[in-house]
Unconditional design. Sequence first.
Lengths: 317, 123
Amino acid sequence: MALGNERRVLCYAFGGGLGHLTRSLALIRQLAVRVPGTYRLLANSPFAACVESEVARVESLEFVVCSPSANARGAMVFVRRQLEEFRPTCLIVDVFPRGLGGEFANPLGELSATKRVLVSRHLPAEYVESFRLINFVKANYDMVIECGERSPFSSHTNCVQTAPFLIRSANEIEPTDDSTGVVIVGSGTHEECDELRLLANRVLSLEPTLPVRFLDPNRTGFPVINLIASAQCVVGAAGYNLAHETTALGVPAMLVPRRRKYDDQQPRSTSLSLTAEDVIRFIRNQPIACLPRVHLYQNGAEEAATLIGSQIIQAED
Amino acid sequence: MTDPQYRAGECNEKAGFLFPHACGRASTRECGQCAKPICEQHLARGVGDGTLCTSCGKVAKEANPPQQKQGEYYDPDPYFYADEYYEDYYWGRNDFTENDEAVLNDSRSPNDLSGFENDMGAS
């Protein structure tokens, strides 16, 4: 894409799994329709290929993927080159203020003309304290958005709270006429996905008549929110996106916390155990749902996009 | 008169932990060994007669290492490893912390949940 004097919004969504990418895409698709410009999304997820069709729906968006095998040094070189080449007028960083590997620890000081927005959620207290993140965020970010969850940076002078970001807004949800039954959502690392696939197989072997469907991130397509909307109930990990999607859609969910270096999935979890017997017991306890459900559905990405758009336009005046 | 190979009036030591660049601060003296103009930040601490730049100081220390205290694994001089310690420099804020050295040279497994910014597959 040719770079001129137009707006250039760079979104950083490094992290394993699909969580950071999903949340960033939820925001970008809302922002791109409100604030015309050139958008570039950076990621290093091993599942990056899964979102390519979603990226293609945003005409002004370019997707640049850093190798998932790159270490912190490699990521630093990659990010620095992107900053130098793209010259963003706005930088939006998902969760990691200094970058997942410290990529922004230095260069942010050079981006004085760039609006910097942090989309924030939980980070471990030890990390926040030992890397002095509160001061770093105060000094280097113009805005902090707490997207449905508390973050360590609430004291930032321009911290705003929104509802959780969702990959589809209420008017975009298209539940199927027939229920998709029980949906077991593959997520997390490859190993964790395989564990959930085996769980689905085990459940089916014990109860062959149950309408169980396993959603494989590499095969099912992205996003899966419409399938969740049609489900009787959902089983999976208590990651940000699945937890908030099931809550927003009013779908009963059995969500188990996964151990993560930075995320705390415990507050979102609804179960601590994920055996086939526990899943079958959970399914049998669910009432038959009347679809479509009546629910309160609020996509925080819409509000966030409006707020960020104001910041971008204000900076240009 | 400043040696013509150096830029007069400014510190000629290289700064930057990952991306070396000229320090840019005003020089306050010249190194007692190489006569390089340096700032106060790039004066080697605890080595020689206190007039050496960090580069010459590093060479001097390697040639004549100080007695290591029990349990001390590395030289406590912050400049021994990097040409720069955690101060502002002319590019603006330097937000590297004491953890950056450890992180970038960390040989711990990425599965070690106690380390931060050393696992690019984390979330």
